[in-house]
Design a binder for this molecule. Structure first.
Ligand SMILES: [Zn+2]
Length: 672
C-alpha cells in the first residue's frame, strides 16, 4: 500500500505513527470482534482504516463497509483518500475489477472477492446485509445519532451485521471523544478508567481492553503516558509564547523535556492494557499478547493528543490558551470544547453543565442587592441599548438591556404591551393579539424612538437595535415579515431583527443572518429578509455564565434591584444538561432569560464583542452628538413620551461604587 506523504506516493511507513501499528495489526486477530480507537483528529486514525481495507482487499477478501459521517463525507473520502490510494498502489490497482458497477464512488469490486463500499449511518444501512469488516469514522459526531440510530445504539447494530462471520467478523470504530462528561465528581477506579459519557468511543472504551500508549522517560527510563495534562508551560505568557515554552513532565522523576524528543520516544513506545485483577484485586498493566489481559472481545485504545505524531505541543497549548481567552471574553465555550475533544482527545466537561454553574434564586437576589438603579434608567456606564421582544398570545413582552465597555450589561426595563394600537381592527376593548392581527404589531414602532435616560441626567439612549421573536401561534411569522417589511420601507429596517432560535449544541456559529429556507409547507419564502438566527443553547450558556459572574469585569451581568422575584425566578426556569437547556418541571415563564439571549444575539451581530474600548470605532458605542442613538437630555425632555411605569428619579441612588478595573467613575462625564 502506498500513502501520500507531502505530495509523494510512498510505501506506507509505520514508524511515522508507531502507535497505529498494534491496532492495525490487531484488526486481523481472530480473538477479538471489535476494536475502538479514541484519539485526536491529527493522529493517523483514518490511515489505520485505509490500511485495514487494503489488507482485506489484498489477502483476506470479503465485504468491507467503510462508514463516513455523511454521504458527502463518504464521497470526499473516495475522492481524496480511497480513490488515489487505489490508483497509486500498483498491487491494489491490478486487482480492481472491470465492468459495470465495479468502480463507482460508493462501491469498489476487486478480483478475488473483495467488495468495498463507502457508506454513512442510516437505520437502513446499519440494518442491511452482512459485512465481514465494518469500519466507522468520527463515531462521536452527531451524524452517529449521539448513541441512537433507528431502534438502537449503532455499535450493537454494527456488531450484529458481522456476527455471521463469527471470528472473522470485525467492527472497527474511531473518533475523537465528543460526548460530554456526565459526572463532574468522577474519580478513576482502575489504572485506565475513563470518565462516564453517554455515547461515543469513550462509552465503549471501558468495556474493552483499555489500552493506553506509554513511552520511556528520557531522564529516568520509567514508562509513562505523554498527556496534555502533563505539559507544563508558563501561566502568564501569551498563548503563542506559552505554546513555544511547553515541556512534558515525567510523573516519576518530575524532570521535563522538550517536543523534539517526542518522535524518538514514540518509536520505543508500547500499548499497555489492563489485566484482570490478581488475587489481591490489583490491576496491573500488560501488553496485548499476555494471557492475563482483561477478558473481553473488544480491543480498546485511547491515545492522548500530546502523544499524536501530527500536532505539536506548541499547537495544542496555544489552541487551548486561545480558547480559554475566547471563553473569558465571550462566555462561549465551543472553541474550548473543540480543542479539548479533537486536539487533546479528552472528553469535555461543559462548564455550563456543572452544578457550581447553576443559576439560583438566592444568587440572583444577592447580586440584585448591590444594584440600586431604578427601573427604566440606564446605569452611568451604559453606552448603548438593545431591545428584546418576546411574542405571546395576548401581549408583547419587552426587555431592555444596557451595554457598557467589555460586554458588561444590565436589564434596565421590562414591561408588557397588551393594548392594540389605535386604528387596528376592533381595537376598542380587546386585548392585543399578535398571533392573529397583523396591525397589532404597529404598537412596536413606538419603541424605536423611546429614550431611556442614563443615570446622571445628561444623556439618554435610544435602542441601537431591536429584536422580535418571529415564532408563535397562528400567523405570527407572516405578521413578523409584514411588520419588518413595513419598517424597512420606513427606512428603519437596519435597526430591526426578526429572530429565530435553534436548539442543540453543535451549531458552528452562535448567531448568523440568513433568509428563511424554502419550507416544505405552503408559506411563501421571505427571501428578502435576513433572519437573525440564534443557537439558543450556546447563547444560554453565555448568558448564564454572565449572570453567574460575581466579579465585575468582561461580560458581567448586573442584576438590578427592581427586578421582582417573579422576574428573577424566570432566570432559573431552565436547567443545563449535557444535551442543552431544558425547562424545569412546573416552570412556565422564562422571559428574563429569553430577553438576555436576544440581547446577546444583537450584541454579537452588531460586532460589539470586537470593539477595542481604548478607542471605540463604532459611533453608536460612544456618547456624543454624532451618535444618532445618544441624546442630550436637555434636548430630549420636550418630546420624551410619557411613561406610566416610570418612578420619580432619585439621583442620590444612582451613584455607583467605583468600577475599578474599567475606570468608569473616573471617566464619567469626559467621553467627548
Ligand atoms: Zn522520568
Amino acid at each position: 500500500m502506498r500513502v501520500n506523504i507531502s505530495g509523494q506516493w510512498q510505501p506506507f511507513r509505520a514508524d511515522v505513527a508507531p502507535y497505529m501499528v498494534e491496532p492495525t495489526d490487531m484488526t486481523a486477530s481472530r480473538r477479538f470482534r471489535g476494536l475502538v480507537f479514541a484519539g485526536p483528529s491529527q493522529s493517523g486514525k483514518t490511515m489505520m482504516l485505509q490500511t485495514v481495507a487494503c489488507h482485506a482487499i489484498m489477502s483476506d477478501p470479503g465485504r468491507i463497509a467503510l462508514f463516513q459521517m455523511t454521504r458527502d463525507a463518504a464521497a470526499l473520502m473516495e475522492r481524496e483518500k480511497i480513490g488515489p490510494m487505489i490508483y497509486n498502489s500498483p498491487d491494489i490497482r491490478a486487482r480492481l475489477a472491470s465492468g459495470r458497477g465495479a468502480d463507482t464512488i460508493f462501491q469498489k469490486l476487486f478480483t478475488g472477492g473483495a467488495h468495498l463500499t463507502l457508506d454513512w449511518p442510516t437505520p437502513e444501512k446499519l440494518a442491511s446485509t452482512t459485512v465481514r469488516i465494518l469500519l466507522a469514522t468520527d463515531f462521536d459526531r452527531p451524524a452517529w445519532g449521539n448513541g441512537v440510530i433507528g431502534d438502537g445504539d449503532p455499535y450493537t447494530q454494527m456488531r450484529a451485521r458481522t456476527r455471521t462471520f463469527l471470528s472473522r467478523g470485525m467492527v472497527v470504530i474511531e473518533s475523537s471523544p465528543g460526548a460530554p462528561i456526565k459526572d463532574e465528581n468522577w474519580r478513576p477506579q482502575t489504572p485506565h478508567d475513563c470518565p462516564p459519557v453517554a455515547y461515543g468511543v469513550l462509552s465503549l472504551y471501558p468495556g474493552g481492553t483499555r489500552g493506553r500508549w506509554y513511552v520511556p522517560c528520557p531522564c529516568c527510563g520509567a514508562m509513562f503516558e505523554m498527556t496534555f495534562a502533563r505539559l507544563v508551560y508558563p501561566d502568564s505568557a501569551d498563548p503563542v509564547e506559552a505554546g513555544e515554552a511547553a515541556r512534558m513532565r515525567c510523573p516519576h522523576c518530575r524532570d521535563t523535556f522538550g517536543h523534539e524528543l517526542k518522535r524518538e520516544l514514540n518509536a520505543s513506545g508500547q500499548w499497555l492494557h489492563e489485566a484482570t485483577p490478581d488475587e489481591s484485586g490489583e490491576i496491573r498493566l500488560v501488553t496485548v499478547d499476555r494471557p492475563e489481559l482483561r477478558r473481553t472481545d473488544l480491543l480498546s485504545y485511547w491515545l492522548d493528543g500530546a502523544s499524536a505524531a501530527f500536532s505539536t505541543w506548541a499547537e495544542l497549548v496555544t489552541a487551548y490558551r486561545q480558547a480559554e481567552a475566547h471563553f473569558d471574553a465571550t462566555g462561549d465555550e465551543e472553541k474550548l470544547r473543540a480543542t479539548v475533544s479533537t486536539g487533546q482527545a479528552q472528553p469535555y466537561l461543559p462548564r455550563s453543565a456543572s452544578s457550581e454553574m447553576e443559576i439560583t434564586l438566592q444568587g440572583l437576589k444577592d447580586k440584585a442587592q448591590d444594584v440600586k438603579s431604578q427601573k427604566g434608567v440606564a446605569p452611568s456606564w451604559a453606552r448603548y441599548l438593545t431591545v428584546s421582544v418576546d411574542v405571546q398570545g395576548t401581549y408583547f413582552s419587552v426587555g431592555v438591556t444596557a451595554w457598557g465597555e467589555g460586554g458588561r450589561h444590565q436589564p434596565i426595563d421590562r414591561f408588557e404591551i397588551n393594548t392594540p394600537p389605535a386604528g387596528a381592527p376592533g381595537a376598542d376593548g380587546r386585548t392585543l393579539k399578535p398571533f392573529e392581527v397583523a396591525e397589532d404589531w404597529q404598537v412596536l414602532v413606538g419603541l424605536e424612538d423611546r429614550i431611556w435616560p442614563i443615570e446622571g441626567g445628561e444623556w439618554g439612549l435610544k435602542a441601537v437595535s431591536l429584536a422580535v421573536d418571529m415564532h408563535g401561534g397562528g400567523a405570527t411569522t407572516d405578521n413578523a415579515y409584514r411588520f419588518y417589511r413595513a419598517r424597512r420601507k420606513a427606512g428603519r429596517g437596519k435597526r430591526w431583527y426578526l429572530t429565530r432560535g435553534h436548539g442543540g449544541l453543535h451549531h458552528v456559529d452562535r448567531v448568523w443572518l440568513r433568509a428563511p429556507e424554502r419550507a416544505s409547507g405552503k408559506r411563501k419564502v421571505a427571501s428578502d429578509i435576513k433572519i437573525l438566527n440564534m443557537a439558543t443553547d450556546r447563547l444560554k450558556d453565555v448568558v448564564a455564565a454572565s449572570v453567574r459572574l460575581l466579579d465585575d469585569g468582561q461580560n458581567y451581568c448586573h442584576i438590578p434591584g427592581w427586578m421582582e422575584a417573579g422576574h428573577l425566578t424566570e432566570f432559573t426556569a431552565e436547567r443545563r444538561t449535557a444535551k442543552g437547556w431544558e425547562k424545569r418541571p412546573g416552570m412556565v415563564r422564562n422571559e428574563s432569560l429569553d430577553h438576555l439571549v436576544q440581547a446577546r444575539a444583537q450584541h454579537i451581530i452588531l460586532g460589539a464583542e470586537r470593539i477595542d474600548w481604548t478607542s471605540p470605532n463604532r459611533h453608536w458605542a460612544i456618547l456624543s452628538a454624532d451618535n444618532e442613538f445618544s441624546v442630550p437630555l436637555s434636548l430630549a425632555e420636550a418630546d420624551r413620551p410619557d411613561r406610566t411605569d416610570q418612578q420619580p428619579q432619585d439621583r442620590s441612588a444612582t451613584e455607583h461604587k467605583s468600577r475599578g478595573r474599567f475606570g468608569f467613575s473616573a471617566r464619567k462625564g469626559k467621553w467627548l
